[in-house]
Design a protein around this ligand. Sequence first.
Ligand SMILES: CC(C)(COP(=O)(O)OP(=O)(O)OC[C@H]1O[C@@H](n2cnc3c(N)ncnc32)[C@H](O)[C@@H]1OP(=O)(O)O)[C@@H](O)C(=O)NCCC(=O)NCCS
Length: 90
Amino acid sequence: MGRIIGDGGWYFHIVDMAVLPEHQRRGLGDAILKTLLAKIRREAPPAGPGGDGRGGAYVSLFADEAGRRLYAKNGFAESAPKELGMVMRL
Ligand SMILES: CC(C)(COP(=O)(O)OP(=O)(O)OC[C@H]1O[C@@H](n2cnc3c(N)ncnc32)[C@H](O)[C@@H]1OP(=O)(O)O)[C@@H](O)C(=O)NCCC(=O)NCCS
């Protein structure tokens, strides 16, 4: 499984990436991630003028150790030190 959180704007957060242990390392995580990214590419509003000049959808996630290689292969890069993820539990 895998989910996208978004509100119709340019920001998308990918969460809950998980494959049952007995089915891991067979390409399912890669297929799920590619499906989610294709959906974002289809549905995100087009890039507008201004901003930092890059425009387009901003996709974020928190990568556990198990997922880092998978995410890097699909184009994700570490945001730190420019931007550091910060979290809080309520
Ligand atoms: C992360 C996870 C979703 C990957 O799913 P998957 O179906 O096993 O992944 P794939 O078979 O598509 O493999 C994709 C890449 O990730 C790598 N990978 C998969 N599991 C890994 C692990 N446990 N440790 C390190 N790398 C791993 C694979 O090596 C592969 O890269 P490669 O083919 O170039 O070597 C899965 O391991 C999982 O559910 N883990 C437990 C839950 C979890 O930690 N989820 C949060 C991730 S942020």
